[in-house]
Design a protein around this ligand. Structure first.
Ligand code: HEM
Ligand SMILES: *[C@@H]1O[C@H](CO)[C@@H](O)[C@H](O)[C@H]1NC(C)=O
Ligand SMILES: CC(=O)N[C@H]1CO[C@H](CO)[C@@H](O)[C@@H]1O
Length: 330
């Protein structure tokens, strides 16, 4: 018994001692400076070309990065394809129809990086996704920032691991705050990151409860702008084709900007999880501040993206590796 207690105390001490060691295995800027000096230019070239072909490249890549980081950490596990014996993350129903263009962006950038002999099999898919995400934000008018690198690719990807890991559009502020907090992200980080909904599309089914069946007493969510609600009903009639998707930012759908917050002030947040940031008095002051100040929002967004990019990263050989094919575990 005494020995066990000593062993337990030792384990606790060891864990505490290891915390700073683990923290020192951090990702950092310019990680590939000697390994593959032009990696950021190579990735940017591919992203620019693909963005020129289709705008969806931007929202698809940004959302893919978020879903990657929130399930098993930023380790490109979301990109792995299912095999006969394993249903991977991307085939979980909550992948919420991740657009194929995000996957395609990473795979094309990986091919371009690996075409350079010095870089071949030296750059992780997780890092390529992080760089591509930074690039699509800049291409759509958002802030540019130095991206931290040095992640390894994860060793597993299962649909089961997605359960309960992604926020739902029906979430209230407490649910949003606690899910983001479980990844070390503050409420301000959560609010800043939600502005990713400044770009991209949603299928009608994700918010139909707000315009058709809000409660037994009311058809339309009272926090929704009633003019906007009527427009949404027009674009998304009952029994609409489930493939139909509409812009999440009705005002500037192709620009990454703080109009997202101005929309919330007008009752034009598409999901409950968007509008609640304004209707809840605890988060409203932040929404108001970033609706006023584009610079303030951009600064907070870069901070939050950098923190998101650190979630669950793998940096040692026992935790991960560099995949040769982003869609297949080594
Ligand atoms: C705060 C909680 C969040 C919830 C509840 C949420 C939920 C959703 C839902 C339901 C959709 C529509 C999916 C569809 O119908 O196809 C969507 C789209 C999107 N989300 Fe989120 N999301 C959240 C946070 C984020 C964050 C933090 C990011 C990125 C940093 C993000 C990026 C995107 C993007 C870019 C799209 C558009 C995708 C496209 O057009 O292909 N979301 N989100
Ligand atoms: C609803 O949106 C319109 C613009 O589409 C705006 O003029 C109006 O003030 C909004 N109503 C509310 C209550 O915010
Ligand atoms: C892009 C992608 O992989 N989408 C899949 C999401 O999950 C459903 C099943 O729940 C698949 O049918 C999609 O192909």
């Amino acid at each position: 018994m005494g020995n066990l207690r000593v062993a337990a105390a030792l384990l606790v001490a060891l864990n505490v001692a290891m915390l700073p060691m683990m923290a020192s295995a951090q990702i950092r800027q310019n990680y590939y400076a000697n390994i593959c000096p032009n990696v950021e230019g190579i990735v940017r070239g591919v992203v620019q070309k693909k963005f020129g072909e289709t705008f969806v490249t931007a929202p698809a890549t940004l959302r893919l990065f978020f879903h990657d980081c929130f399930v098993e950490g930023c380790d490109a596990s979301v990109i792995v394809a299912s095999t006969g014996s394993n249903t991977a993350e991307k085939d979980h129903p909550d992948n919420l129809s991740l657009a194929g263009d995000g996957f395609d962006t990473v795979i094309k950038a990986k091919a371009a990086v690996d075409a350079v002999p010095q870089c071949r099999n030296k750059v992780s898919c997780a890092d390529i996704l992080a760089m591509a995400t930074r690039d699509v934000i800049a291409l759509t008018g958002g802030p540019s920032y130095a991206v931290e690198l040095g992640r390894l690719d994860g060793l597993r990807s299962t649909a089961a691991s997605v359960n309960g890991k992604l926020p739902q559009p029906t979430f209230n502020l407490n649910q949003l705050t606690s899910m983001f907090a479980s990844h070390g992200l503050s409420r301000a980080d959560m609010i800043a990151l939600s502005a990713a909904h400044s770009l991209g599309f949603s299928h009608c089914g994700k918010f139909s409860n707000r315009i058709y069946s809000f409660s037994p007493q009311r058809t339309v969510d009272p926090t929704l702008n009633q003019t906007y609600a009527a427009q949404l009903q027009g674009m998304c009639p009952r029994n609409v084709d489930p493939q139909i998707a509409i812009n999440m930012d009705p005002v500037t759908p192709r620009t990454f900007d703080n109009v997202y917050f101005k929309n919330l002030q007008q009752g034009m947040g598409l999901f409950t999880s968007d509008q609640v940031l304004y209707s809840d008095p605890r988060s409203r002051p932040t929404v108001d501040a970033w609706a006023r100040s584009s610079r303030g929002f951009q600064r907070a967004f870069v901070t939050a993206m950098t923190k998101l990019g650190r979630v669950g990263v793998k940096t040692t050989g026992s935790q991960g590796n560099i995949r040769t094919d982003c869609g297949v575990l080594n």
